[in-house]
Design a protein around this ligand. Structure first.
Ligand code: GTP
Ligand code: ZN
Length: 343
């Protein structure tokens, strides 16, 4: 690969403003392409770098798409720059951890197929994560060529938000780069997410000119195998960058109250007009949401899913808070013990 300029890698004044003069002179900004257990790969103006991490930084705190500062002669990553956006998810078992998925995204391509994979509740989860991170969601409905009535899927997906971009397509078609070009130009970073087998690899190949991932799924394997192995950053000939994420099972929500409200604007906006501030929108008097349901203005299924996601989020958020508190208490104890020992 020929060396890339910072601008070509997606650099902007937002990152530049975080560097002091000394760092500017001695360190090289680099963009993370893959994260391994004990090291990372990155691209920079001086070429590809393989970096180990300075003490105090773990690979769990580095995401694909991150901008970092590197001391290239020592092959060390010294600092992760503040992110423009950060996509993360609650882990499956609500251990109180959030897992970083990708950094510095502008757009999230939420991929599902015009078949049994299509599930509005799952799409709403992805939407909540994207909205919470202030990343623009775009829903891609693949296998439209195999569906009898793709419009049914399009209509359902469009019903999941205002001004929500929804595209039905054939991931194997020749027109993918043109169709997705509004989100793939210079300076733009986009991630592809969705369940296994929905066509992420096919789309990634179409967007990157095939140099990204070549593993193909067996045609007879209807449910799709897990072929992609890890997240990575790939160049799109149109100028942008693509992060592909392997089929994610268990997309937990945690700490995304804002994103949930933004995913269900017709409900969250009305909720402010309920008589009680903590209205559960069930049978309380003066509930504006129930009134709208009675008037046929809100889909009761949307309310049911909104509440379910809220409950899950609240539970996971509390778990995170408890885990942080435990961590804090433990830190205090360690400090006290050290002090005692020192005396
Ligand atoms: N006809 C048609 N086939 C598609 C479309 N999208 C994907 N496929 C096929 O579906 C299968 C799965 O596609 P992949 O691109 O491997 O799916 P994936 O999302 O990358 O799956 P993982 O790697 O398991 O995460 C392949 O055989 C593709 O050729 C589409 O829009 N139309
Ligand atoms: Zn209410």
């Amino acid at each position: 690969m020929t060396n890339l300029t910072r601008d070509a890698l997606g650099w902007s004044p937002f990152y530049m403003s975080q560097l002091d003069i000394e760092e500017l002179e001695s360190l090289t900004p680099a963009r993370i392409t893959t994260v391994h257990r004990d090291r990372v790969n990155a691209l920079s103006e001086i070429g590809p770098l393989e970096l180990t991490l300075d003490p105090g930084i773990t690979t769990a705190a580095v995401a694909v798409g991150d901008w970092v500062l590197a001391a290239p002669t020592q092959h060390r990553l010294t600092r992760v720059l503040e992110r423009k956006t950060e996509l993360s998810r609650g882990t499956e078992y609500h251990t109180g951890d959030k897992q970083l998925i990708a950094a510095n995204l502008d757009t999230l391509f939420i991929t599902t197929s015009c078949n049994n994979d299509f599930n509005v509740a799952r799409l709403e989860r992805y939407l909540a994560l994207a909205h919470d991170a202030l990343i623009t969601p775009v829903i891609l409905l693949t296998k439209a060529d195999q569906a009898e009535v793709p419009d049914d899927y399009i209509d359902q997906a469009r019903g999941l938000g205002r001004d929500l971009e929804v595209l039905a397509l054939n991931a194997k078609g020749d027109d993918i780069p043109a169709l997705l070009s509004p989100w793939c130009g210079a300076g733009q970073t986009v991630a592809l997410t969705g369940s296994s087998g929905v066509g992420k690899t096919t789309l990634a190949n179409a967007l990157t000119g095939g140099q990204a991932l070549t593993q193909d799924i067996r045609e007879d394997d209807a449910r799709g195998r897990h072929t992609t192995t890890g997240r990575s950053l790939h160049q799109i000939p149109a100028g942008g960058w693509l992060i592909d994420t392997p089929g994610m099972r268990g997309l937990g929500v945690a700490d995304v109250a804002y994103g949930i409200d933004a995913t269900f604007p017709e409900i969250s906006e009305l909720a402010t007009q309920c008589k009680f501030r903590d209205c559960e929108h069930e049978s309380e008097p003066g509930c504006a949401v129930q009134a709208a349901i009675a008037a046929g203005q809100i889909d009761p299924e949307r309310l049911r899913r909104f509440k379910k996601l809220k409950r899950e989020n609240l539970h996971a958020t509390e778990t995170i808070a408890q885990a942080r508190e435990r961590h804090r208490q433990f830190g205090k104890k360690v400090k006290a013990a050290m002090k005692k020992k020192g005396r």
